[in-house]
Design a protein around this ligand. Structure first.
Ligand SMILES: [Zn+2]
Length: 373
């Protein structure tokens, strides 16, 4: 049997697992079945060893990996981040896969050069204090550089970090009443707490008004967002010290970390410019790279890409699935980036992201080069 025949069959199987027989199922069941089928497909590809072959066209010269919080106890924070051990494992897996971990400058240089070696970028969002206490020792041990994307409001405590408020209520209570959603959630154990966190975050989607609708709930429960931000995020002195480390580069992440697509053009441009100016003034060095908050096609697109270039950024990162290719140099303001900083993470899920299979399946074997979607 020719290999190509076999590979095509595997491809079809994966494509079908992603799409089938879902259309016939009721909508609610579909929402549960789809991610499960996706995971099963990844698992099948991993176990058969055919993932990298099926996804060969999706493997780019580079990959940008995304992390957020690095928790000492992932369960205590409802698995919204990952552990230092997981970060360490991912660094090992990336290197075993033949990639060097480099700075964004070096990565972009390698994309320009056909003969250069494959690479990976490590990026962290939002300026959590645990990046300094838990991630940096791992990065030092591995001699791996990283970029931290910093929203001004996290450092100045002026950000509306609804996700921290939501997590705090769910962590500390057994019930969450959300009148805006017309729902009441029981969250008595870790599984139900995690599922509530996912459901509410999914409901908010890219709608800032829904995020704002949580404010009265925070007020009623005595949740003070500014104190939560102070508990979890670096302050100016900490950021300055962190930024001075030779393995650390600082990037931009807007002033207020809102869904940009819902804001007026002038407001978005100001979000980009003021954040850049704040960080450059605080750190005394140029800030050349940006990560869009949320980063999904619903949260940022062509307009934001145009404004990011106008604000003076050299390249900007989304959370679109996919690897980095030379073709991205022609439109460097919507670069794909892969979330690997969540727990628990199966070896199959990580392998799928590192091989490119994750984008292949997410796009139903669409274009390997992520731009708008
Ligand atoms: Zn963020």
């Amino acid at each position: 049997m020719p290999t190509s025949f076999f590979l095509n069959n595997v491809k079809n199987l994966l494509r079908n697992l992603r799409q089938e027989p879902i259309s016939a199922l009721p909508r609610r069941l579909t929402a549960i079945a789809r991610p499960k089928l996706f995971r099963l497909s990844e698992e099948a590809a991993y176990r058969t060893g055919f993932g990298p072959l099926v996804a060969r066209a999706y493997r780019g010269k580079g990959i940008a990996l995304m992390f957020h919080e690095i928790h000492p106890d992932v369960d205590a924070e409802l698995r919204t981040g990952c552990s230092a051990a997981q970060l360490d494992r991912i660094i090992d897996a990336v290197r075993a896969d033949g990639r060097d971990i480099v700075t964004i400058d070096e990565g972009l240089r390698r994309l320009e050069e056909p003969e250069s070696a494959p690479f990976a970028l490590l990026t962290f969002d939002d300026a959590y204090r645990d990046n300094r206490t838990n991630a940096l020792p791992v990065l030092e041990g591995a001699q791996a550089p990283m970029t931290l994307f910093v929203p001004t409001g996290m450092i100045t405590r002026s950000i509306y970090a609804w996700w921290l408020g939501l997590r705090e209520i769910i962590k500390t209570g057994d019930v969450l009443d959300l009148p805006a959603m017309s729902r009441s959630f029981k969250c008595e154990d870790l599984a139900s707490k995690m599922s509530t966190m996912r459901t509410v975050t999914g409901w908010i989607g890219t709608d800032q008004t829904r995020a704002d609708a949580l404010a009265p709930v925070f007020a009623a429960k005595g949740i003070d967002i500014a104190s939560l931000v102070a508990r979890y995020a670096m302050d100016e002195a900490e950021l300055r010290e962190f930024a001075a480390h030779p393995l650390v580069e600082i990037g931009a992440h807007t002033q207020s970390h809102r869904f940009l697509s819902g804001l007026d053009e002038a407001v978005v441009l100001e979000e980009f410019k003021a954040n850049k100016a704040y960080l450059e003034e605080l750190l005394g060095r140029p800030v050349r790279y940006l990560a869009y908050p949320y980063g999904t096609p619903g949260a940022c697109g062509e307009r934001e890409a145009y404004l990011a270039a106008l604000a003076g950024y050299r390249a900007s990162f989304t959370t679109r699935a996919g690897h980095l290719f030379a073709a991205h140099l022609e439109h460097p303001q919507l670069l794909p980036r892969i979330d690997v900083g969540y727990a628990p993470q199966s070896p199959a899920a990580l392998a799928s992201r590192l091989s490119g299979l994750h984008r292949a399946m997410s796009t139903r074997f669409g274009s390997p080069v992520a731009t708008r979607a």
